[in-house]
Design a protein around this ligand. Structure first.
Ligand SMILES: Cc1cc2nc3c(=O)[nH]c(=O)nc-3n(C[C@H](O)[C@H](O)[C@H](O)COP(=O)(O)O)c2cc1C
Ligand code: SF4
Length: 590
């Protein structure tokens, strides 16, 4: 095996170059071939990429989908995110355990199957879902599990098994992003008739804002990057889409990749970049073949590559890099670290990526949807773009709608649309609450349904999860906070320790064991986490608690223990556990 490893690593490094930024590609290839990354491969990877073994191990152990422990030939990664749990992931998990005879976290004794949980895979509209090796499975129910496991054991091609495959699920195209009339290359033809400065002015005049969540004005970002000095400028498309309940970028890449690449090309023209990268989350690896084909088509048409549309001064090409399972990597500076072959820890800022980004050069990192809107602005003009949406939030927004609705899927709505209108559109009757913007967003009850989706009111990166009547909303808030505790990169103590403590508080709250004093202390802790964390993960981690407390205080009132003080340490349980471990009888009266 060691010889085979060496040969494989040598081959990949020969193709890509002996450069530390390729460590993810090499690690993924080894993992794909052997099912995991054997410890013996680490020094070999390090030697070929001129890194230290510690650097390689550090990077590998950061990502959820890379493992140095042997895994089964087939790895079932069942998504246990909030919407999946609402839709029955628990029953599906029990069925997998029954059929395989092992628990999640284990591997069958014949080395055939491993069961693992994974965070949101961008398939909440088709939950419950799983990734089995590289193949996505959707709409899984317990009865299907028997057939799936039998198929795996019989060595059948995974793509032929029931439940495999993804529906694109575009429910409502709009006027800008999924506009049918878009011609591939039309925006680029317009672009090459104007100067870089004029193109930038058009984007600025459109008032377009980033669609990744924070809503930073795109024109401002492009201008900062254009004016920053460096040897080279880069354009990066953030297709990590890890926010729970978000899947609109998946649909956009599947249906409208041409416009995404067109927008990246426009950004490159404005800032003077020759190289673009799409950072695709591992869970969307199945889209890679399609994306590569679209890129090739564009090169053949002359709208990508050398001398675009025969315009001597403009060359730009795009490559795709695939991640390995991490939420925090979606944060722009963490994403750049990951592209440079490191663990995805967010950077201290300033400097911002537009000043010092990928390989320390000025870099634009923008969301998939942002690039698509940029292509529309250049093709149809800023005035036309501004005729949609609101003054402060022009244009349209893609929503990933899931949870208790009749029609889950992707909807393109105008900014300024009320939450009630969206609920009506998607067939959500009697909604109890809506989680807007994913785990890091906000929870609103019916009192907030007249509010508008717009940066001046309720901003969102696109996730729209509906909790119907009878749902235990606090339990889902507990799961969101547990997610943050698991995904914290651990760099800042307030985020690392604070999210774990908040998670424990939510456990006690949901179990009816938390007191009012505990709640007060948890709120104080939220302040510390928000104010002392380096990146958006820590800053937004308290949101599930704080926003649900604000919109549904009665849920907390009902759940708080009547006791003014409840001990957090159960002496009896600890003594019983100690006695059992030592094989002694339990102490009397405990
Ligand atoms: C923990 C965390 C995860 C993030 N994940 C994503 C993501 O998956 N996709 C995305 O576009 N932006 C994500 N962001 C926001 C990015 O940092 C960045 O603001 C965004 O890519 C900028 O694009 P825009 O200007 O088009 O909005 C994340 C931020 C944080 C703090
Ligand atoms: S806030 Fe959390 S995720 Fe962000 S850098 Fe600090 S520890 Fe890492």
């Amino acid at each position: 095996m060691v010889q085979e490893q060496e040969a494989l690593i040598e081959r990949i490094v020969h193709d890509l170059g002996p450069d530390g930024t390729h460590v993810m590609d090499v690690a993924r290839a080894v993992s794909k071939r052997f099912g995991y990354i054997p410890n013996s491969a680490i020094p070999t990877i390090a030697r070929h990429l001129q890194l230290s073994p510690v650097e390689v191990r550090d990077m590998i152990t950061f990502y959820g989908h890379l493992s140095t422990d042997p895994l089964g030939t087939t790895v079932v990664r069942l998504c246990n995110a909030v919407v999946e749990n609402m839709m029955g992931a628990g029953e599906v998990a029990a069925a997998f355990e029954r059929e395989t005879g092992i628990r999640f976290g284990e591997t069958t004794s014949d080395g055939e199957i491993s069961l693992r949980y994974t965070a949101c895979m961008g398939l909440s509209d088709q939950a419950p879902s799983a990734l089995i090796n590289d193949v996505p499975f959707t709409g899984i129910h317990p009865e299907l599990v028997q057939e799936i496991v039998r198929g795996i054991r019989a060595g059948l091609n995974l793509t032929t098994l029931p439940g495999s495959g993804v529906r694109h699920n575009l429910k409502k195209p709009g006027e800008i992003i999924f506009r049918r009339s878009m011609e591939h290359g039309a925006a680029i033809d317009k672009l090459l008739g104007v100067s870089r400065e004029e193109a930038l002015e058009e984007i600025k005049r459109s008032g377009m804002r980033g669609a990744g969540g924070a809503g930073f004005p795109a024109g401002k970002k492009w201008e900062l990057c254009k004016n920053a000095s460096g040897d080279k400028h880069y354009v990066i498309c953030n297709a990590d889409e890890g926010e729970p309940g978000t899947f609109k970028d998946r649909v956009l890449l599947a249906y409208n990749a041409h416009q995404v690449f067109e927008g990246m090309t426009i950004a490159a023209y404005v800032v003077g970049a020759t190289e673009g990268i799409v950072y695709l989350r591992d869970e969307y690896d199945y889209l890679r073949g399609h994306l590569e084909r679209v890129l090739e088509e564009r090169r053949e048409k002359g709208v990508l590559g050398d001398t675009i549309r025969s315009y001597q001064k403009f060359s730009f090409d795009i490559r795709i890099e695939v991640g390995a399972g991490s939420y925090v990597v979606g944060e722009e500076s963490a994403l750049i670290e990951s592209l440079e072959g490191k663990r995805a820890a967010p950077r201290e800022r300033p400097p911002f990526p537009v000043q010092r980004g990928y390989l320390s050069q000025p870099t634009i990192v923008s969301n998939v949807e942002t690039f698509t809107s940029a292509a529309a602005v250049i093709e149809r003009g800023a005035e036309w773009f501004r005729s949609f949406g609101t003054d402060k939030s022009p244009g349209t927004k893609l929503l990933s709608v899931s949870g208790d609705v009749q029609q889950p899927g992707v909807y393109e709505i105008e900014y300024g649309t009320t939450i009630r209108t969206v609920l009506h559109l998607v067939g959500a009757r009697n909604a109890q609450a809506v989680q807007i913007g994913g785990a890091s967003g906000r929870c609103l009850s019916s009192g907030g349904f007249e509010r508008r989706i717009a940066f001046e009111d309720v901003p969102t990166g696109g996730s729209f999860i509906v909790f119907g009547p009878g749902r235990d909303v606090l339990e889902y808030m507990r799961q969101f906070i547990e997610f943050f505790a698991e995904e914290s990169c651990g760099w800042c103590t307030p985020c690392r320790v604070g999210t774990t403590l908040l998670s424990r508080f939510m456990d006690r709250l949901v179990a009816g064991e938390a007191t009012r004093g505990d709640l007060d202390r948890a709120i104080e802790m939220c302040d510390t986490i928000r104010n002392a964390s380096r990146c958006g993960l820590g800053i937004t981690a308290p949101n599930p608690l704080l926003t649900s407390l604000e919109s549904m205080p009665e849920l907390y009132e009902r759940r708080l223990s009547a006791e003014s003080y409840a001990p957090q340490f159960d002496l009896g349980a600890e003594l019983r556990a100690g006695a059992a471990a030592a094989n002694r009888p339990a102490p009397q009266g405990m």
